[in-house]
Write a protein that binds this ligand. Structure first.
Ligand code: AGP
Length: 615
């Protein structure tokens, strides 16, 4: 997704902007640009490609000098990635410049109206339409830059996070948001930082203000920060203290963020349980949903909402809540749910799952369910992001910043929180025996150590990856709690190595996919002893009978499958309900090693964004 940075203060703007854009690279993008107000004129440099391309251009053109500027990384929505469509975009006279994250849905009619008023356009973007509209309003009315932005935004339909700079207004940046994230960092006196998320800001200040939808921030180096709604009502800025730490944004000696985050999982799972589990006394404490536990206990249905990996976590949540708490669960792709006119009851409990807390489809699905009276519980990783602010209550995953586009530690943190929730509700309902409840708490508490054990097999997993790094296709199979793990493993492989992969319930093979099996097809089977073990042994035999290659994740010490499989990866034995936290680890490492061997950009895979803030 697009990344936005803005700076106004006493320091040179360009070094802050370019470093901020690098911090935002993980969001995914295809072009970059900066604009700095230098001696009453705007120095604008932009290009298709990586931030490093932009730096090279700046090196050749000369570093822009000035203490106010904006920067942008673009993830193309309207118009292909190229130099012209890159941001920032300017008014025709070049006096006003803007960066934008989001989609202006009514940009077509607005563009036609502006052409009638004599405007011409250089790019194919919706962003240029908005900056021309702002300029048209300012040119034809005796209004301030803030007023022209406010009036323009009242004509806009869609999502936006924008920062606007006017060379005739050297002490002010105007920022505004709706549906796309925006945060303002408060620095030393008269110094402000604006960004899509806190990562470019945290090294300068911990004091931030998260803009709400339809809020405009007037950031003035002399008059300070002022918030006004687009309906022209002044609002008091709510200053929060960031919990983010700078070292969490560095690779810490790992080659890629994704590898670092895979290896962080013992810690991130432990942090997701910290203060929430007391295996010795048999207690689960989820303060964030304490007031809503009865909603769960009385719920006739739980709806899980999410996208991608978060949807897979919701699938694990379905098995957990139905198995342990005996509550019917439906798992919905948020992007489908929001448009299919679903049946939603007031006593429904919706669990919205999101790492970034900014996924547009999940946000929209939440608003729909909320409008029908359902109770919305969030499971998010980014504190203060839009989804937690849209829910009635929730529990953060505390996995720390996840920079790699492929979600890893967020998934296991989400499943950890879902396990805690299901156990807590089951215990409250009495739908689980006390002995199983206590046993599961003890085993859950030991999961971080078990994950450490699995991570120690990375070299063996790397060896297996080398054998299969050039296959064109792959199948992932699992049963019960491990069926969502098969889906997640397939997603990991395809999104970072670009190998086509499918996850399937193992029993479904005979209903079609078995036709794909031949000696070229690797089949990754999640086959721990806990669960439908004998059945999955049969599924493996069906594949072997057709010369398929079997790479099986098995319980340590298990022999039957070891004799059948081409390769096995052994994991500790735990209750079936906790298996996803263990069996997903080898699949994360497999996809990572294969992607690296194929020379793929592991942390920023092609076409992908870390936070999908557009529909
Ligand atoms: C997972 O590896 C992908 N990066 C993607 O599917 C992601 O899970 C999805 O976009 C949802 O993002 P969220 O968890 O931030 O809402």
């Amino acid at each position: 997704m697009c990344g936005i940075v803005g700076y106004i203060g006493q320091r040179e703007a360009y070094p802050i902007l370019i470093k901020g854009l690098k911090r935002l690279e993980y969001r995914g993008y295809d072009s970059a640009g900066v604009a700095v107000l230098e001696n009453d004129d705007i120095d604008l440099i932009k290009c298709q490609g990586k931030v490093s391309n932009l730096e090279q251009m700046v090196l050749e053109a000369g570093t822009p000098k000035g203490t106010m500027g904006i920067g942008h990384t673009r993830w193309a929505t309207h118009g292909p990635p190229n130099d012209v469509n890159a941001h920032p975009h300017t008014s025709e006279n070049g006096n006003v410049v803007m960066i934008h994250n989001g989609i202006i849905e009514n940009y077509g009619p607005l563009r036609e109206e502006l052409i009638k008023r004599g405007h011409t356009f250089k790019s194919e973007t919706d962003t240029e339409v908005l900056i021309q509209l702002i300029d048209n309003i300012q040119q034809n009315n005796d209004v301030t830059l803030f007023e022209s932005v406010r009036i323009a935004l009242n004509e806009v339909i869609g999502a936006y996070a924008i920062v606007v700079m006017d060379k005739n207004n050297p002490n002010q940046l105007i920022a505004a948001k709706k549906g796309s994230p925006m945060v303002v960092g408060i620095g030393q006196k008269g110094e402000y930082f604006i960004a899509s998320d806190a990562t470019p800001i945290v090294e300068f200040t911990k004091n931030v203000v998260y803009l709400e939808d339809e809020e405009i921030a007037i950031v003035d180096r002399n008059d300070g920060l002022k918030l006004v709604s687009i309906s022209n009502h002044e609002k008091t800025p709510y200053v929060q203290e960031l919990e983010l730490h700078l070292e969490a944004l560095e690779k810490g000696g790992y080659e890629h963020f994704m590898l670092k985050e895979i290896y962080e999982q013992p810690r991130s799972i432990r942090d997701s349980m910290r203060g929430r589990i007391r295996p010795d006394t048999g207690h689960v404490e989820l303060g964030g949903i304490r007031d809503y536990i009865q909603k769960f206990v009385n719920a006739k249905r739980i709806i899980m909402l999410g996208c991608g990996t978060s949807w897979h976590a919701g699938m694990v949540g379905e098995y957990l809540f139905e198995d342990l708490a005996r509550i019917p669960v439906e798992v919905e792709y948020a992007s489908e749910f929001r448009y299919r006119n679903p049946i939603i009851y007031e006593d429904d409990v919706v669990i919205a799952i999101s790492q970034s807390g900014e996924t547009a489809d999940t946000l929209a699905a939440i608003e729909l369910a909320k409008s029908k009276g359902a109770t919305i519980i969030g499971i998010c990783n980014v504190i203060g992001s839009s989804i937690p602010r849209a829910t009635h209550a929730g529990s953060y995953t505390h996995a720390g910043p996840e920079i790699g586009v492929a979600s890893t530690k967020a998934f296991t943190a989400q499943v950890t929180v879902l396990t805690l929730m299901a156990l807590h509700v089951a215990h409250q309902k009495g739908s689980i025996t006390s002995s199983r409840f206590h046993r599961l708490l003890i085993e859950l508490n030991d999961i971080p150590n078990m994950v450490e054990t699995v991570l120690k097999q990375s070299d063996k997993i790397k060896y297996i990856s080398d054998i299969y790094k050039d296959v064109p296709n792959a199948l992932y199979l699992g049963r019960g709690y491990n069926f969502p793990v098969a889906l997640e493993g397939a997603l990991k492989l395809k999104e970072i190595s670009y190998i086509h992969a499918e996850g399937y319930p193992a029993a479904e093979m005979k209903h079609g996919p078995i036709a794909l099996i031949d000696e070229e097809m690797p089949v990754f089977v999640v086959a721990p002893r806990a669960g439908s073990y004998d059945k999955i042994v049969s599924n493996i035999q069906e594949v072997k009978a057709r010369k398929g290659k079997i790479i099986a994740i098995i319980t340590e010490g298990e022999e039957r499958i070891k004799e059948m499989a081409d390769h096995t990866i052994e994991v500790p034995d735990v209750d079936e309900s906790l298996m996803p936290l263990i069996t997903v680890i080898p699949l994360q490492l497999l996809s990572y090693h294969i992607a690296v061997m194929r020379g793929c950009n592991v942390d920023q895979p092609r076409n992908l964004a870390k936070s999908v803030t557009v529909e």
